[in-house]
Ligand binder design. Structure first.
Ligand SMILES: *Cc1c(COP(=O)(O)O)cnc(C)c1O
Ligand SMILES: [Zn+2]
Length: 401
């Protein structure tokens, strides 16, 4: 029994290939690397219908993940998050098949746990002892927790105004936390220096090729939950864009395996108006984005002024006939409240952004009323509780009742 069908890493730009038995970071040309699998062999040896008896976590897809030996897996039971039909909100938005894949219900409260589980498991397999990474909060918290479990030391660099709870989670997990009075791009520069000076493994987004494999499992699960029929539209809150690239990669692999039917879903990158480099590039029909100056949004996870994998995000949008769209802070906040009052779900601002986008695209006619639409809620609203106003609030003194 082959545990993993991963064969090598490959550069999407210059096509150079690399061994996955050794530590790899970026390609020598500067591009992120993508992991390749022997799908031909997997297709012969394994079948999607055998998945039913597997563990209820993302490790049910271990053949399509890069860890060679089961003993190296570091898990907190992540994955197989619910796919919910939102009938009330759907009715309001005139979308009869509106679904939410709810990533809030996962260890550490954000989908970053997927990237951390697979990234840390592979780091363990490669014998890595120390790593460093920049983060807007959730990735740092997840990687710190999983690294601790694996016995790997971490240095996390995050902006001073990242959600406080994510900073506390990282400290609590025993990570070395460095705060920077700036953006994730500034944190990235500090990590680059640390990596050069101290020889740490660089776990920055897409600078190691395994985080994306973890995020890819959102796509695998989604298709299994939809009984292998592709939906029409998938909306994703896009920062570094790894989740979107991952979902696209999952779809391509599933087509190649012959496991899914239906045409490629249109992939939509959703960004905040205060930070929308991918939207700008898409509007200008470009293959790469330019640095977004003075970026600002309360949806911290998508406050990424320039993503290293921007060309892959744009390719996924163009190839799937998707689009990129930006939404306002006010609309994000009001939708966050609307979904709580209508559906009883306290989702994160990044997730709420995808519903605002679905609403706009329905109004513009880009999405049809009967199309199957999937919004990714990437984390728990509870993590951002301090952003929520609680008005109206009644406070009584004990003597008053
Ligand atoms: C990191 C993050 C995102 C963006 O993820 P990418 O895959 O890097 O684009 C979205 N939402 C939340 C809650 C996040 O933490
Ligand atoms: Zn290359």
């Amino acid at each position: 029994m082959t545990y993993s069908y991963a064969t090598h890493a490959s550069c999407p730009k210059c096509k150079t290939t690399y061994s996955i038995e050794e530590i790899q970071q970026l390609c020598s040309c500067g591009s992120p690397l993508l992991i390749k699998y022997d799908l031909h062999k997997l297709k012969k040896n394994w079948d999607r219908d055998k998945l039913g008896s597997r563990t209820n976590s993302l490790w049910r897809y271990h053949e399509l993940l890069p860890i060679k030996e089961e003993k190296n897996i570091v898990t907190q039971g992540e994955g197989m998050t619910p796919l919910l039909h939102l009938e009330k909100l759907g009715e309001r938005l005139d979308l009869s098949h509106l679904y939410m894949k709810d990533e809030g219900i996962i260890p550490t409260g954000s989908f970053k746990a997927r990237g951390a589980a697979v990234g840390i498991s592979k780091a363990k397999e490669l014998g890595i002892q120390k790593l460093a990474m920049p983060t807007n909060g959730n990735a740092g918290a997840a990687w710190a927790m999983y690294a601790t479990k694996a016995g790997i030391e971490t240095t996390i660099v995050m902006p001073l105004d990242a959600p406080l709870v994510t900073r506390k989670e990282s400290v609590f997990a025993g990570a070395d936390v460095i705060l920077v009075n700036g953006l994730i791009s500034d944190a990235g520069k500090i990590v680059k220096n640390l990596v050069e000076e101290k020889g740490y493994y660089d776990a920055s987004t897409l600078k190691e090729p395994y985080r994306i494999e973890g995020k890819k499992t959102m796509g695998l699960e989604l298709l299994e939950q939809l009984n292998w029929q592709t939906p029409d539209v998938i909306l994703y809150p896009t920062g570094g864009g790894v989740g979107l690239i991952g979902i696209y990669k999952a779809l391509q692999e599933l087509y190649e395996l012959g496991w899914i039917e239906g045409s490629m879903p249109r992939l939509v990158a959703v960004q905040a108006e205060g930070c929308s480099p991918i939207v700008k590039a898409w509007q200008e029909n470009k293959m790469e984005s330019t640095f977004w100056e003075d970026s600002k949004t309360n949806a911290f996870g998508i406050n990424v002024p320039k993503a290293i994998g921007d060309f892959l995000v744009l390719e996924a949008i163009y190839e799937s006939n998707g689009c990129a769209i930006s939404v306002s802070e006010e609309n994000i906040q009001s939708l966050q409240r609307e979904i709580a009052t209508l559906e009883g779900a306290f989702i994160c601002p990044e997730g709420a952004a995808t519903f605002v986008a679905a609403k706009k695209l329905r109004e513009e006619g880009w999405i049809g009323g009967d199309e199957k639409v999937i919004c990714l809620n990437t984390g728990l609203g509870i993590k951002y509780a301090d952003l929520i106003s609680e008005e109206p609030l009644t406070i009584l003194e004990p003597s008053e009742h």
